[in-house]
Design a protein around this ligand. Structure first.
Ligand SMILES: Nc1ncnc2c1ncn2[C@@H]1O[C@H](COP(=O)(O)OP(=O)(O)O)[C@@H](O)[C@H]1O
Ligand SMILES: [Mg+2]
Length: 238
């Protein structure tokens, strides 16, 4: 029996203004999978995520979330349907506490669900609970990324989408962030991430897509992509 398909993009094309940036991309994430999108800077990785998460409209093609056609829905509608996004860059608020970030992530929820999901997040990331009263500006880059991920988990999503989770982090913190993402996957949340750090991304996911100039050039199990000579030379430095 094949796994349930959480997200499926079929023939998705989009861009900005008159500039077509993403060309007929097919991509899917099955239940329990961690999937990465890698490729050079400017290839259109973030734009693919934006099209799949309702931030930019699809010019053509179809996006399905849990078997529902969500092509024309907005980001809020997708959040209500179990997709949660950790955008690229610093998305935390320096003066706010960790707990305030978690409350922000739970704005759609009733009190009971919020309490349940808070327990889920605290169980998964005990350090978030320990630091709940701390202002985010006093935390390291890796800890701030942890807070962003924890906030996104407050809706108890089926699918967590991350854009460049390791961007700007020192190498030892990069590993910590991937460990957190592995934990999230172990808790039953499917993962779709975009990463510049192709080697780490492939080492920490089940399948990968290589995007070049807005098109999918390679798709395979991550281990196979790591072994692929061409992929190694082009994207992994040999
Ligand atoms: N908001 C935007 N408006 C216009 N062009 C954009 C915008 N965002 C990205 N682009 C362009 O789309 C292309 C792909 O960008 P992006 O998806 O951010 O690539 P990646 O995430 O792979 O680095 C680039 O040529 C970029 O300049
Ligand atoms: Mg990007």
């Amino acid at each position: 029996m094949s796994a349930k398909r959480i997200l499926e993009a079929e023939d998705v094309t989009t861009g900005y203004g008159n500039n077509e940036v993403v060309h007929s991309v097919d991509l899917h994430v099955d239940d329990g999978e961690a999937v990465c999108i890698i490729g050079p800077n400017g290839a259109g990785k973030s734009t693919v995520l934006k099209a799949l998460t309702g931030y930019v409209p699809c010019w053509s093609g179809t996006v399905r979330l849990n078997d529902e056609d969500v092509t024309d829905l907005q980001t809020e509608d997708l959040i209500e349907r179990g997709l949660s996004l950790v955008p690229q860059g610093h998305t935390t608020f320096p003066e706010m506490s960790v707990k305030e970030h978690l409350d922000m992530g739970a704005w759609l929820l009733d009190d009971e669900t919020k309490q349940e999901n808070l327990s889920f997040v605290y169980d998964l990331f005990p350090r978030v609970e320990e630091r709940r009263g701390q202002k985010v500006k006093t935390m390291s880059g890796g800890e701030q990324q942890m807070v962003s991920i924890a906030r996104a988990l407050m809706i108890d999503p089926d699918l967590l989408v991350l854009d460049e989770p390791s961007l700007g982090l020192a190498p030892n913190l990069v590993d910590q962030v991937f460990e957190l993402i592995n934990k999230v996957q172990s808790a039953g949340v499917s993962i779709l991430m975009v990463e510049q750090n192709a080697a780490k991304a492939l080492a920490n996911t089940d399948r990968g897509y290589v995007i070049e100039m807005g098109s999918v050039e390679y798709v395979n199990e991550s281990a196979a992509l790591l072994d692929n000579q061409e992929v190694r030379e082009l994207y992994l430095g040999g």
